[in-house]
Design a protein around this ligand. Structure first.
Ligand code: R1P
Length: 289
């Protein structure tokens, strides 16, 4: 059965609804960044760029870096956007837009997030790089999908008990990176970590401006949670959604984090731009190694 027009929405030019790109514009390696302006910061290193488009927060460019075709796309902030980006990227790769049917031969995309993040461990300093081996989602995205098979329930159950998680909040889900991409991008220049993906920047990450928190010890509990040697290392807003949906859709994903804040000691970097730039450079070179 063809997928209905209301479910897979295409624009008059044949591009997918939000991302505004057609299948021929997509490379098999996709770098995601949060900030639309960061797309240029990645593609400035490319040998050539053959395609550019922009719609809402989704800014996309496809080009070639050292003979490797790469698409760079901004997701904006949060896993609600990740739901759109991952599903539309997969549709571009794996659904025939003419027949509206799933292709017989599926394509696996490599999806690499290059983002910023705050460490919650004293020994992961500002201006360092962190590669997320595991991620825990405190958003509810993955619970809308049949996703038990890609979740590490033994870890999330231990975390729920450790934090005395309030059941009025969505229950955490734990997911993992792609092991092959992890090996390719990990090195002695990166900390490997367990990333917490939060449903917001302020309260959900324990920041207090004017509103009191339901649990103001949560960040401490996350920092001293330990599951068989895995401690939670850093906070951001996309990785768990990317890992969960990538696994479900058969894609490979890894998340690279420029640590620009340390929430344990209250420091914020004075070198955000150069730290992110170094991470971009590091990631691109590892991808063509
Ligand atoms: C919050 O300031 C944003 O920064 C981090 C968080 O995940 C969130 O998207 O990542 P990016 O720098 O990639 O946007």
């Amino acid at each position: 059965m063809p997928i209905k027009e209301s479910e897979l929405i295409l624009n008059p030019d044949g591009s997918v609804y939000h991302l505004n790109i057609r299948p021929e514009h997509l490379a098999k390696t996709v770098i995601t960044v949060g900030d639309p302006d960061r797309v240029d910061d990645v593609t400035k290193y490319f040998d050539s760029v053959r395609f550019k488009t922009r719609k809402r927060e989704f800014h996309t460019q496809t080009g070639v870096y050292k003979n490797k075709p790469i698409t760079v796309i901004s997701t904006g902030i949060g896993t609600d956007n990740i739901d759109i980006v991952l599903n539309e990227l997969d549709a571009l790769a794996n659904i025939d837009f003419e027949t509206r049917k799933i292709k017989k031969e599926l394509t696996t995309l490599d999806i690499i997030r290059i983002g910023t993040s705050g460490s919650i461990q004293n020994n992961i300093p500002i201006d360092s790089f962190l590669i997320s081996e595991y991620a825990v989602g405190f958003d509810s995205l993955l619970h809308f999908y049949k996703s038990d098979a890609v979740q590490y329930k033994n870890i999330s159950e231990a975390l729920i008990e450790h934090t005395q998680w309030c059941d009025q909040k969505s229950s955490p889900y734990v997911v993992k990176c792609d092991d092959i991409l992890f090996k390719q991008l990990n090195s002695d220049k990166t900390h490997s970590g367990f990333t917490a993906t939060n449903a917001g920047f302020y309260g959900p990450q324990g920041r207090v401006l004017r509103l009191a928190l339901q649990d103001d010890t949560l960040n401490d509990k996350l920092a001293n949670f330990n599951f068989e040697g895995q401690a939670i290392t850093n906070l951001e807003m996309e990785t768990a959604g990317i890992y969960g949906l990538s696994k479900l859709l058969g894609h490979r994903a890894v998340s690279m984090n420029a640590i620009i804040a340390n929430r344990a000691n209250g420091e914020f970097t004075k070198n955000a731009k150069s730290t992110i730039d170094s991470l971009i450079h590091y990631t691109l070179d590892k991808l063509v190694d």
